[in-house]
Design a protein around this ligand. Structure first.
Ligand code: ZN
Ligand code: ZN
Length: 169
C-alpha cells in the first residue's frame, strides 16, 4: 500500500486524496488467527498544514474471526476512522517521534501503520453476537444450533445438599 506524497509535502495548504484497495494476508492477534475476508480499503485525505501532514479518512475491511464462546468462524466488519499525523523524520520533535508516522521519502508504505490502527480498534475478545449461547460446558454442543438436555439434568445445588442430608438418615 504505497502512496506518493511528493507534491503534497512540498506545497503548504495543499490537499490530496487517496483511495487504496489491497488484498493483504492475515495476522495473529493474541491467540486468534485473523484473516481478511475482503481487501483492505483505505480512503484518506492528506493535508499539508505547513508543519506536518494531517491525515483523515476511513479504513474498511472484513475480518474472519473465531467466536470466543461458540468457536464458530464469523465475519467481523471493520469500519474505523483514521486520523494521523505524518511528518518528515528529520523534522519530528521527540513527542512526534512517539506518536506521529515518520516518513523519509516521497513514496511511502503505509500498510503497517494502517494495520496498527486496525489492531487498536479490535475487541479484547471476539463474540459472534451478544446473544451467542456458546458451547455446553457438559456435552460441548453449540447451543446456538442444538438444544441439549444437560441443563435440565443438573440439580439445583441447594437441592443437591438436601439429598445428601437425607441420605444420612
Ligand atoms: Zn458465538
Ligand atoms: Zn449439553
Amino acid at each position: 500500500m504505497e502512496i506518493d506524497i511528493a507534491r503534497v509535502r512540498r506545497e503548504t495548504e495543499s490537499v490530496v486524496s487517496f483511495d487504496l484497495t489491497e488484498k493483504i494476508p492475515g495476522f495473529m492477534f493474541g491467540t486468534d488467527n485473523l484473516t481478511f475476508n475482503t481487501p483492505l480499503h483505505v480512503q484518506i485525505e492528506v493535508h499539508n498544514t505547513g508543519k506536518l501532514l494531517l491525515v483523515q479518512g476511513t479504513v474498511q475491511t472484513e475480518l474472519t474471526a473465531t467466536c470466543g464462546r461458540c468457536l464458530e468462524e464469523f465475519v467481523y466488519p471493520l469500519n474505523i476512522k483514521y486520523e494521523d499525523e505524518w511528518i518528515l523524520r528529520e523534522d519530528a520533535s521527540a513527542d512526534q517521534k512517539d506518536t506521529a508516522f515518520l516518513f523519509d521519502q516521497d513514496v511511502i508504505e503505509i500498510r503497517d501503520r494502517i494495520l496498527e490502527q486496525i489492531v487498536m480498534a479490535l475487541p479484547m475478545k471476539f463474540i459472534c453476537s451478544a446473544e451467542c449461547l456458546g458451547l455446553c460446558p457438559t456435552c460441548g454442543v453449540n447451543r446456538n444450533l442444538l438444544k441439549c438436555e444437560c441443563q435440565d439434568k443438573q440439580l439445583d445445588p441447594r437441592l443437591a445438599g438436601l439429598s445428601k442430608w437425607r441420605s444420612k438418615d
